[in-house]
Design a protein around this ligand. Structure first.
Ligand code: NAI
Ligand code: MG
Length: 342
C-alpha cells in the first residue's frame, strides 16, 4: 500500500521544483501517494492570515508526513509566517540541515566540508511573541525552555551517534544572553557528558559563524537555537555550493515535514531555471523516514551521477567544470535517465 503524503506545491519556483522532484520519485519507484494540500500565498490572499487552508490540517494530521515546496509569505500587517505556524502547531522541534560539498563536480572553496546543522525549531525569537508596546516601542521576546533545550541537544547527540559523526559543536551568545542562551549552554554541557564517545565544544555564535565560513571542514554536527540556526544553515549551504542544493527535515514526535532550505525565489520563478536539488535531497530524507531508504539511495546515486557528469542548473554552473547548463525539467530528466546506472 502506498504511503500517503501531504504535498504542498508552494509558490514561486515551488510548483516547478515539486513537479520535477515528484517525477523523479515516481520514476524511482517510491511507493507514495500525494494528498495535495493548500498552503501559502493563495491562501493568505484569500483572507486566511495563517496561510494554511483549514482543510489541510486534516490531511496533515492523518498522513503525518508533509512534503512541502517553498512558499511566499506576503509582506505586510497581520500575515503570520506559515512555516512558523506549521513548526509550532505540529511540534516540529528539530530542523536538520545537512550540507556536503560535492567538489569538484559542484564548485565550492571547501571540498572537505560535511556539516549538519541541527536547529531548534519552535522557540527562541521565532516563538512569535512579538508586539507593539507603546507608540514607538516594539518588542520580540526570546523564549528558551529547559525541555526545549534538552530535546534539541539530545536529538543532536543521538543524530551524531546514529550517523557515526565525531563531534557536536554548540553555538550561542551566552556571554550576552546569560540566562536564556546560558540555559541552552548548561543543558548542552549536561547532556554532552552522556556521550563520551562524541567530542563536544561550544563557541560564541559570532566567531563560530565566522570560523564556519572560513573553515567549514572543522565542523561536524552543529546544534544551536532557532535564529542562529536559520542564519548559519544558509551560510553553510551557500559556501557548500548553493542554497539551491540543500534539503531539510523538520522532525516532531508525530509529524515530520520535509522541504528545501531555500525560499520561493520569486526572482527566477516561472523560468524553468531553478535547481530542484534542495527538494530532491529533502525527498531522500523523507524516503529514509518512511522506510524506503533503498529508493532514496537510488535517487541519490542518480543525482550525484548527474552532477558528476557536469549537468548543472544555472546556480551551480561554472565553465571550468560544467558540461551543459540545464533547466529544471531537463535536469530532472537527466536524473531519471541515470536511475539505477553505475
Ligand atoms: P530565497 O531562498 O527564495 O532566494 C534567495 C536567492 O537564492 C535568490 O537569488 C534565488 O533566486 C536563489 N535561489 C533560491 N533557491 C534557488 C534554487 N532552488 N535554484 C536556484 N536559485 C535559488 O530567499 P528570499 O528571496 O529571501 O525569499 C523569497 C520568499 O521565500 C519570501 O517570501 C520568503 O518569506 C520565502 N521563504 C520561504 C521559505 C520556506 O517556505 N521554507 C524559506 C525561506 C524563505
Ligand atoms: Mg531560512
Amino acid at each position: 500500500k502506498p504511503v500517503k503524503i501531504a504535498v504542498a506545491n508552494g509558490d514561486g519556483i515551488g510548483p516547478e521544483i515539486m513537479e520535477a522532484t515528484l517525477r523523479i520519485l515516481n520514476a524511482a519507484g517510491a511507493n507514495i501517494e500525494p494528498d495535495y494540500i493548500e498552503l501559502g500565498e493563495k491562501v493568505y490572499l484569500s483572507g486566511n492570515t495563517s496561510g494554511v487552508e483549514d482543510s489541510s490540517w486534516e490531511a496533515i494530521n492523518t498522513n503525518k508526513v508533509i512534503f512541502k515546496a517553498p512558499i511566499t509569505t506576503p509582506q505586510g500587517k497581520g500575515y503570520k509566517s506559515l512555516n512558523v505556524t506549521l513548526r509550532k502547531s505540529l511540534g516540529l522541534f528539530a530542523n536538520v540541515r545537512p550540507v556536503q560539498a560535492l567538489t569538484p563536480f559542484v564548485p565550492s572553496h571547501f571540498p572537505d566540508m560535511d556539516v549538519v546543522v541541527v536547529r531548534e525549531n519552535e522557540e527562541d525569537l521565532y516563538a512569535g511573541i512579538e508586539h507593539r508596546q507603546t507608540q514607538d516601542v516594539y518588542q520580540c521576546l526570546k523564549l528558551i525552555t529547559r525541555p526545549g533545550c534538552e530535546r534539541i541537544v539530545r536529538y543532536a547527540f543521538e543524530y551524531a551517534k546514529a550517523c557515526g559523526r565525531k563531534k557536536v559543536t554548540c553555538m550561542l551568545k551566552d556571554n550576552i544572553m546569560k540566562i536564556t542562551d546560558g540555559l541552552f549552554h548548561k543543558v548542552f554541557d549536561e547532556i554532552a557528558i552522556e556521550y563520551p564517545e562524541i567530542n563536544s565544544e561550544t563557541q560564541i555564535i559570532d566567531i563560530g559563524a565566522a570560523r564556519l565560513a572560513a573553515k567549514p571542514e572543522n565542523y561536524d554536527v552543529i546544534v544551536t537555537s532557532n535564529l542562529y540556526g536559520d542564519i548559519i544553515s544558509d551560510i553553510a549551504a551557500e559556501i557548500g555550493g548553493s542554497v539551491g542544493m540543500c534539503g531539510s527535515a523538520n522532525i516532531g514526535k508525530n509529524v515530520a515535514m520535509f522541504e528545501a532550505i531555500h525560499g520561493s525565489a520569486p526572482d527566477i520563478a516561472g523560468k524553468n531555471i531553478a535547481n530542484p536539488s534542495g527538494l530532491i535531497n529533502a525527498a531522500i530524507s523523507m524516503l529514509v523516514h518512511i522506510g524506503q531508504a533503498d529508493v532514496g539511495d537510488k535517487i541519490k546515486n542518480a543525482w550525484l551521477k548527474t552532477l558528476e557528469e557536469g549537468y548543472h542548473t544555472a546556480d551551480i554552473f561554472r565553465e571550468a567544470v560544467s558540461v551543459e547548463k540545464l533547466g529544471t525539467k531537463a535536469f530532472a530528466d537527466r536524473v531519471i535517465a541515470n536511475l539505477g546506472k553505475k
